[in-house]
Design a protein around this ligand. Structure first.
Ligand code: SF4
Length: 278
């Protein structure tokens, strides 16, 4: 039986139809949006940091980013309204700044901890990946996750949106690691929020076993519902009545509102095999 990642859980609990459109039909908009660029930015920063902790001498971030862009363009996707040539240059600049910020302030967010694993894959948890697993100087296990902000207006502290979005990671990533039988047990999760031109903000979440048990129950229940849906796809899926994601209006809003493929709105999407982490 396939396994479910924490981010798949987020999609399912946000809106079952969203989960279906994204993860069963593999639909993506035929436009490359700022949100896509933000994801490419985060992936490129993650690639650079992974290279650093794996001891890879030459990390070509710029060409890595352009390859991500080319890959999307080769699918036939075009630029969304408002994205110009210089937008991409600005994203690259941001990538460079974020990497520099993380390296400059490494002493603050790593605090002398020993890196145990970089981008480890959680096989039993839908192949979810964690940025770094470290052992602190006091011997505690900690997951470190980089949250690179894309917007120039972003705050460098965690907003309530961040807390909502990353709450499941804070509780489930440590459980995922601990369930794999490694000697180091994770008891803390550290989010490192990175914004242009400021020191990163560090947010620590101590893993409370009672809260984790509740998240695990929710995770198990969502997995049960997903497997049930996969066995009985004829049962209608629930909708999120607000149609708003944490990033703004849901990308499928016209598709869902129009009566779906009957209206031809499907032409605005393409089907793509998912590769993103988690
Ligand atoms: S538009 Fe609404 S119902 Fe459709 S996928 Fe998005 S949130 Fe769900």
């Amino acid at each position: 039986m396939r396994t479910i990642s924490p981010s798949e859980l987020t999609d399912w609990t946000f809106c079952q139809k969203y989960w279906y459109n994204k993860r069963t039909r593999n639909l993506v908009s035929n436009k490359i949006s700022h949100r896509d660029l933000a994801a490419m930015m985060g992936t490129t920063v993650g690639y650079a940091m992974d290279g650093r902790y794996r001891g890879i001498a030459s990390i070509e971030c710029e060409s890595y980013f352009w390859d991500l862009v080319k890959e999307q363009r080769s699918l036939g996707r075009t630029w969304d309204y408002g994205i110009e040539e210089d937008t991409l240059d600005r994203v690259l600049e941001k990538i460079t700044n974020h990497i520099e910020t993380l390296m400059t302030y490494e002493d603050q967010w790593l605090e002398g901890a020993t890196v145990i694993a970089s981008e480890p894959i959680m096989e039993e948890w839908g192949l979810a990946r964690q940025d770094l697993v470290v052992e602190t100087t006091t011997g505690a296990g900690r997951v470190i996750d980089f949250k690179c902000k894309y917007s120039d207006k972003a705050t460098s502290f965690a907003t309530s949106r961040d807390v909502d979005l990353y709450g499941n990671q804070a509780m489930l990533y440590p459980i995922a690691w601990n369930s794999q039988g490694f000697p180091l047990k994770i008891t803390q999760m550290r989010f490192v929020y990175v914004v242009d031109g400021k020191p990163p903000i560090i947010e620590d979440v101590i893993c409370n076993p009672k809260r984790q048990a509740k998240w695990l129950e929710m995770y198990d229940e969502a997995c049960r519902q997903i497997y049930q849906h996969e066995a009985h796809p004829e049962v209608p899926l629930l909708e999120n009545p607000y149609h708003m994601t944490p990033w703004g209006p849901c990308e499928f809003r016209e598709y869902c509102a129009s009566g779906e493929h009957e209206q031809g709105v499907l032409n605005e999407f393409i089907q793509v095999e998912r590769k993103e982490k988690g």
